[in-house]
Design a protein around this ligand. Sequence first.
Ligand code: UDP
Length: 382
Amino acid sequence: MTARIAIAGAGFAGLVLARELALAGGFEITVFDERDHIAGNCHTSRDPHTGVMIHHYGPHIFHTDRAEIWDYVQQFGEFGPYVNRVRAVTARGVFSLPVNLLTINQFFGKRFTPQEAETFVATLGDPRMGEPQNFEEQALKMLGRELYENFFYGYTKKQWGVEPTELPASILKRLPVRFSYDDNYYNSPYQGIPVEGYTAIAEKMIDDPSIEVRLGERYEPSMRDDYDHVFFSGQMDGYFGYRLGRMQYRSLVFERFEADGDHQGNAVINYCEQEVPYTRIAEHKHFTPWESHDKTVLFREYSKAAEPGDVPYYPMRLASDKKLLAGYVELAEAEEHTSFIGRLGTYRYLDMHVVMRESLELAATCLATPLAEWPSFSAPPV
Ligand code: UDP
């Protein structure tokens, strides 16, 4: 018997599941997305005016430390070599980010060796400080006050709209601190950008007769019993009509502008000062260094609280949100034949490679388990 599966959301959380179930066979899969395109917030298309590949919801750089995930995505299209090297404009000048030996030597006017820099930076932190309880304490412990204030305080306040003392230390731990001249933004050994963009990768993933995609159509919880199982990658609180309250998200606003030639000389430049209203400017043609374009298109990125109707990007996960989350998790666990997946479905700050890995793991679990026992979540939404 063919089982009917609904997948709410055509981002990678849902599409990887669609693909894996389609390969296994025995499923009739319908993917819903209220937007008019697939690939979720990874959506790309070529800008008709400049010819540059645009990441419509902000820069997405694929990186992973897992060979099997890297091999998995390459089945769906070629990835060009790209290494993210970010520059940061601060009150004291332009520096390399993440904080590395060049940043430290230039910022403090030194010529440290790796060992000397490590010893020096250790003296900047407060040795009496115990286990950091929030973003600010983590930064002060790792980097000391001067680096924190110049690179992190202003940017973080703009990005999250709250004092860094209210944010978890885990947000800062996303970024490495290096005592070498390696300025790669990520530690991952595998990194690249799809030559034809992420939407082409997504199209290839769902190229199967058992998968039907319905764009411009929103999955409603009332449709649940038309299906044998549902994978829901929308907002968890939205699924339940926000009945316990809204968990907070940050949203982004992009201001587009064009120029000739090369406008900023790098794909991403962060603006760390609180007075500058945007957080960063991305010049998208630098994400595809193998292409050449005479014109260039850039986006200033502004962060704001997500209001009803805004695209949710970053889960805030403040203490008040976590309290609501616990209530929604209970509701989700009690929801019949529905699994909550991905960034919005589990209310976690996830990168693309993690979303894909979790969906692959969930698909494997489901395929080894009777339908009635499929799990409520792709991963625990703690
Ligand atoms: N961050 C910062 N200054 C920077 C870059 C990052 O303060 O120049 C902080 C900020 O709080 C940000 C976090 O580090 O949210 C994680 O940065 P990442 O680059 O991972 O953010 P993303 O690219 O996911 O927006």
